[in-house]
Design a binder for this molecule. Structure first.
Ligand SMILES: *Cc1c(COP(=O)(O)O)cnc(C)c1O
Length: 394
């Protein structure tokens, strides 16, 4: 006999709490995503709709609202399970021939390199400029002349705006696609923001640790609706209207549950953004002047990471901070080229990447970080700077 579609009320699950090291009482990140009361109305709609994934109404609404947020049309956005899968599908959608090299910075999160390899391309690491933390466009354009270069991946460093028109130019002149890994640039890319979406295919992350988080999720943005549709097709097994795969696709769709969190988050995004601004302002007020974040950060655009360039070893500073119960992280480590998975990749000389890898460190940063916490962090930094001065003077 078929069971009726009602279920007994669930007993309460056991409490599932994350492990947090007791010695660190100021963690490096403490994400805050939409809470229960904001998500529930959307979950109720899912229950009513009985439509759980495969581009349901919540997913469509999220795509619509995000498109408007970024100053785009609905057709220009392809939602994916992550920015990582988005970058891979963007490269696939541009039909870059497998086996070719993809020029990219080593100074990025390891996911960028993983996405390139998953697209059957070989990363070729280039250095970044010390002023932009981004590859030099002239150097990239010269290197891209080589016949075995199929594509370029440019990373927007921690959401700091870069000149996208320059990269459109590089792509046009070389005839090779430039994909923009704008994973951390959700806000930087907004319609009236400092870096509106240009022509190059651009990928954003909505991972829990980014400024706008919905758990796991990404978006591929393209002003070319054909390209964006190819990404959507690749993300749903290659299906395009029939059950015959038109392209060798994967499953990178987002579910209605993910969309529910996203829609709830957009409902109060202005408040979330104001929180990030307030957190940045706190640091601006108390950080030693030499460690301040780039201008415009926390004002024209918000980011969820606060990196400093320490005049000495970041590892040593991390130890000093940990001694005071303060967490920190080197988000990009010492560059992709130093990681076992990518150690054999070809590369240019990387002196700036090596310098940044030695000295960049991210401090605790989250929406509702308190004055007391920022004061304690900044006091520890000031003290460490002072003792360094004493050492050099002595
Ligand atoms: C966060 C991040 C990614 C990965 O994004 P996911 O959505 O977690 O896959 C890739 N590149 C950069 C530069 C990032 O900051």
């Amino acid at each position: 006999m078929i069971q009726p579609a009602t279920h007994p009320a669930p007993s309460h699950p056991t409490t599932l709490a994350p492990h947090r090291p007791a010695a660190i009482d100021i963690p490096v990140a403490l994400p805050r995503l939409p809470t229960l009361e904001h998500i529930i109305p959307y979950l109720a709609q899912i229950d009513t709709n009985r439509w759980y994934t495969n581009h349901g109404p919540l997913c469509a609404a999220l795509q619509e609202q995000l498109a408007r947020f970024w100053g785009l049309e609905y057709e220009h956005v392809a939602l994916t399970t992550s920015a990582t899968s988005g970058i891979t599908l963007a490269l696939n959608a541009h039909e870059v021939q497998p086996g070719l090299r993809c020029l990219m910075p080593s100074w990025t999160f390891t996911a960028s390199a993983g996405a390139v390899v998953a697209a059957h391309l070989r990363p070729h690491f280039v250095d970044v400029r010390a002023d932009t933390w981004c590859p030099d466009p002239t150097e990239m354009e010269t290197l891209a002349q080589a016949p075995d270069v199929g594509a370029m991946l440019v990373v927007v460093p921690f959401g700091t705006p870069i000149d996208l028109a320059v990269w459109d130019g590089v792509s046009q002149r070389t005839g090779k696609p430039v994909i923009i890994d704008a994973a951390a640039a959700f806000d930087t890319l907004r319609a009236d923001g400092p870096m509106p979406v240009a022509h190059c295919t651009t990928v954003v992350s909505m991972h829990a640790t980014k400024v706008f988080g919905l758990g796991e999720g990404g978006a591929v943005l393209s002003r070319d609706p054909v390209l964006a549709e190819r990404v959507r097709t690749l993300a749903r097994f290659g299906f395009a209207g029939t059950r015959a795969a038109q392209l060798p696709g994967i499953n990178a769709k987002i579910s209605e549950y993910t969309a529910a969190v996203g829609l709830a988050g957009l409902d109060y995004w202005p408040r979330t953004r104001a929180n990030w601004q307030a957190a940045t302002a706190l640091y601006r007020q108390h950080l030693p002047a030499t460690l301040l974040p780039p201008g415009g950060c926390g004002d024209h655009w918000v980011t969820s990471t606060l990196n400093i360039l320490w005049p000495d070893s970041a590892t040593q500073l991390a130890d000093t901070l940990a001694g005071q119960g303060i967490g920190s992280v080197s988000w990009w480590g010492t560059g992709c080229h130093t990681q076992p998975a990518y150690a054999t990749c070809t590369r240019q000389p990387l002196p700036v990447t090596e310098r940044l890898g030695h000295s960049a460190l991210a401090l605790p940063f989250w929406q509702d970080i308190g004055t007391e916490q920022v004061l304690r962090i900044c006091a520890t930094l000031t003290q460490a700077l002072d003792s360094m001065d004493l050492n050099t003077a002595g």
